[in-house]
Every structure is written in structure tokens, then in C-alpha cells.
Design a protein around this ligand. Structure first.
Ligand code: GLU
Length: 415
């Protein structure tokens, strides 16, 4: 299997859009690279008294449309290039939903599943000490991503406020609600995806009520997708999987019970009344909607011909390779691409920043209404481009976003 490098993929996706948009060479080259990137070592005392050195990253990909914004991934396989790719995708994500922010991403190579709460707190504080000079509400605002939580955001915010000696809740988003978090941030990624899915159902003329869904990845996004797609669209949960494997019952599983089981047992294994499936098998199930909701590179040229869903709603970042995209397009699988489908998270993060700045907080229904408005408008903007340009939905989303970022770079006189 060829070596998988998500940043090379992100650059190739951009290249295709640049050609179609006729971008001048300078703008194209500027958008192929992060504007600023940081790499640092983080010495952290572990519970056994030994010091461990962690490797941390923060990439500020493009700030033409506003301060850079994006989550922090704590994962054993996080590399500099993964973070670069994720930062590029954040740039296109904030542009596709048209919020006044740029794109960034950070992370630490570590396995939080093997760390105590105290170790995680020390790592969170060490990370914030390392990036305190380069983040702020007007420079770069981190948030949660894979394996980081509201509690981790709270520790980081506290460390920042200790360093600057003032309150600055807007320096980080995805905080717990008592510390300036927004109502509705917890399920925002999945909720935004479900709003986009609803619009896809409308334009494709598919009534999604009682149709089946399979969810690959059962973390924050996957769990809320199971609950909300059922609640809002009436979809039936046929299958779900996490890193240890999955469960399947074509007659339908109770999403609330599956989520409670996962939260209680830590995995889906042994869930009663369902047969065991692997992650690979789950992706190929005959369902109406597939939610890839875990990590990159799960739908590739080798399994794309076997994908049977009608709609793939990508809550994960980068789940599908460019070769697989072409196969899915040819096979009439409608893809709601990652940086559109999962933009609900950063959209509510933006709402959180706005509320922090005003120090005035919105009720949940207002967050939902504004999120719906943003996602619906973004979906139709991309869908119009898809119809007009006769390209796949991901390329259409790139055309919308890259044009917006390129315009901002030009207006600033950078290129
Ligand atoms: N990590 C999330 C994403 O990939 C959220 C980023 C944010 O809220 O800033 O979109």
C-alpha cells in the first residue's frame, strides 16, 4: 500500500481547484502551504515521577479571512503532516460556512487513553505555556478535536489566564458551559452534519425517514450523529463501530441504548441483539446513509467500489482519498464532503467566541437556529457549484472555499 500522507492529499485537492479556478501561480503557491507553523517539545512530569517529552504542533495555515481557528488533536499517530492537512481543511471549512476566521490546527503525539487525569492536565498546561505567545482571540483560537475534551479546554484557558493575568475565555472554544462554553457546542459537529444531510435528502428527492444508517467511529461526532439523525430525520441505526470493531442489526438498534452502552463499557463489543462486524465490513454495508466519523483514509481505491450507501456524510476529516472520490462519484454515491459536513463544530465555536466577546450568552434554540441557517446556506452554495461545474461535491466545496480565501488574500494585497 502506498504511504498515506494527508498533507499531500490536501495539496492535491487544492491543486485541482486552483487549475479550475484559474488561480495565478503566486496565489496558488501561497495556498499550498501553511503561513506559519510551530513545533515544540513538552516536558511533562508523569505520575511515576519521571519526565516524559511530548512532541507538540500548532499550524496557522491561512489568516486572510480572520484569526486562524481549529482544534487540538491528541493521538498516537498525529504527525506534523497530519496537523498541516487538518489546518488546510480548517481554512476551507471556515470559508465554506462563511465565518470570519482562517484555518489552523494543533496537536500532540500521545495516547490520552493511557494517561491519568492529572497527567492530561499537566500536558494541557504545558501545551498552553508553549503556545501562549501565538494564540489569542485575534490571532489563533484552539478547540477540541480527536481525544481532546471540554475539560482539557478548561485547563488550557485557565493556564492562559494565569499567564496574562486577565480573563480571556475567547482564547479557546469548546469549553464547559460554566466557563464560557456555548450551549449546543457539544453536539454541534453531528447536528450540522444532520442539517446538511437533510438538505441533501431534499435535493436528491430521498425521503430519509425509516431509512438505514451506519456510523463508522463512535466518539463525540458518531454518537451524536446516531441520536440526532434518528431524532431529526427518523433514520434507523443499523450499525456502528469504534476502534475495536462494530455491531450490526439491519432491523435497527436503539441509538440511545447503544450510546449508553458505549459510555458505560468503553466500547461497543458485546452489545446484545446485534452481530459483530469489522470496521471494514461496516463501511460496505447496504445502508442509505454512511457516516464516516473517525479518522482519515478509511475509504480508498481498494474499498470504494464496494461502498453501497447512497449518501456518505463525512463527519471525520479526510476519510476519503481522491482516487476513492472518483469511484464514488462514478457509482452515484453522493458525498457530503468533510469540511462541509463537519463544519457545525467550528461554526458553534465561532458563536462561542462571539458570546465570549459580548459576555452575553444565547439560549440553545438560538444556537440551533443560527447553526441551521449557516449549514443550509453552505450546503446549497456547494450544491449549486456542483450542478454548475459538473464536478463531485468535494471539488465543488473546494471551488467555493478557495475562491473566497484567494479573494481575501488579493484584497489584502498579498498576491
Ligand atoms: N476540531 C473541529 C474540526 O475539525 C472543531 C474546530 C473548532 O471548533 O475550532 O472542525
Amino acid at each position: 500500500m502506498p504511504e498515506f500522507n494527508p498533507f499531500k492529499i490536501a495539496q492535491a485537492q487544492l491543486d485541482a481547484a486552483a487549475v479550475r479556478l484559474g488561480l495565478d501561480p503566486a496565489t496558488h503557491e501561497l495556498l499550498r502551504w501553511p503561513q506559519i507553523e510551530f513545533k515544540f517539545t513538552l516536558p511533562v512530569e508523569m505520575d511515576d515521577g519521571k519526565i516524559r517529552i511530548f512532541h507538540g504542533y500548532r499550524v496557522q495555515y491561512n489568516s486572510a479571512r480572520g484569526p486562524t481557528k481549529g482544534g487540538l488533536r491528541w493521538h498516537p499517530e498525529a504527525t506534523f503532516d497530519t496537523i498541516r492537512a487538518l489546518a488546510a481543511w480548517m481554512t476551507w471549512k471556515t470559508a465554506v460556512v462563511d465565518i470570519p476566521l482562517g484555518g489552523g490546527k494543533g496537536g500532540v503525539t500521545c495516547n490520552p487513553k493511557e494517561m491519568s487525569e492529572r497527567e492530561k492536565q499537566r500536558l494541557a498546561r504545558a501545551y498552553m505555556r508553549a503556545v501562549a505567545r501565538i494564540v489569542s482571540v485575534s490571532k489563533d483560537v484552539p478547540a477540541p478535536d480527536v481525544y481532546t475534551t471540554p475539560q482539557i479546554m478548561a485547563w488550557m484557558m485557565d493556564e492562559y489566564e494565569v499567564l496574562v493575568g486577565e480573563h480571556h475565555p475567547g482564547v479557546i472554544t469548546g469549553k464547559p458551559i460554566p466557563l464560557g462554553g456555548s450551549e449546543g457546542r457539544g453536539d454541534a459537529t453531528a447536528r450540522g452534519g444532520v442539517y446538511a444531510l437533510r438538505e441533501a435528502g431534499r435535493v436528491l428527492g430521498i425521503d430519509l425517514k425509516d431509512k438505514t444508517m451506519a456510523i463508522q467511529g463512535f466518539g463525540n461526532a458518531g454518537q451524536f450523529a446516531a441520536l440526532l439523525a434518528h431524532e431529526i430525520m427518523g433514520l434507523k441505526l443499523a450499525a456502528a463501530s469504534d476502534s475495536r470493531g462494530g455491531i450490526y442489526n439491519p432491523k435497527g438498534l436503539d441509538p440511545r441504548q447503544v450510546v449508553d452502552y458505549k459510555l458505560k463499557k468503553g466500547s461497543l463489543q458485546g452489545y446484545p441483539g446485534a452481530e459483530a462486524v469489522t470496521n471494514e465490513q461496516l463501511l460496505e454495508l447496504d445502508v442509505t446513509v454512511l457516516f464516516p466519523s473517525a479518522l482519515e483514509n478509511v475509504i480508498t481505491e481498494s474499498n470504494a467500489p464496494k461502498i453501497k450507501c447512497r449518501i456518505s456524510c463525512e463527519l471525520a476529516n479526510g476519510p476519503t482519498t481522491p482516487e476513492a472520490d472518483e469511484i464514488l462519484y462514478a457509482n452515484n454515491v453522493f458525498v457530503i464532503p468533510d469540511f462541509l459536513a463537519n463544519a457545525g463544530g467550528v461554526t458553534v465555536s465561532y458563536f462561542e467566541q462571539v458570546q465570549n466577546t459580548y459576555n452575553f450568552y444565547w439560549p440553545l434554540d438560538e444556537v440551533h437556529r443560527r447553526l441551521d441557517e449557516k449549514m443550509t446556506r453552505a450546503f446549497h452554495g456547494v450544491y449549486q457549484m456542483y450542478q454548475r461545474e459538473k464536478v463531485n461535491m468535494r471539488q465543488a466545496a473546494y471551488l467555493v472555499s478557495v475562491a473566497r480565501v484567494a479573494e481575501a488574500c488579493k484584497l489584502r494585497g498579498w498576491v
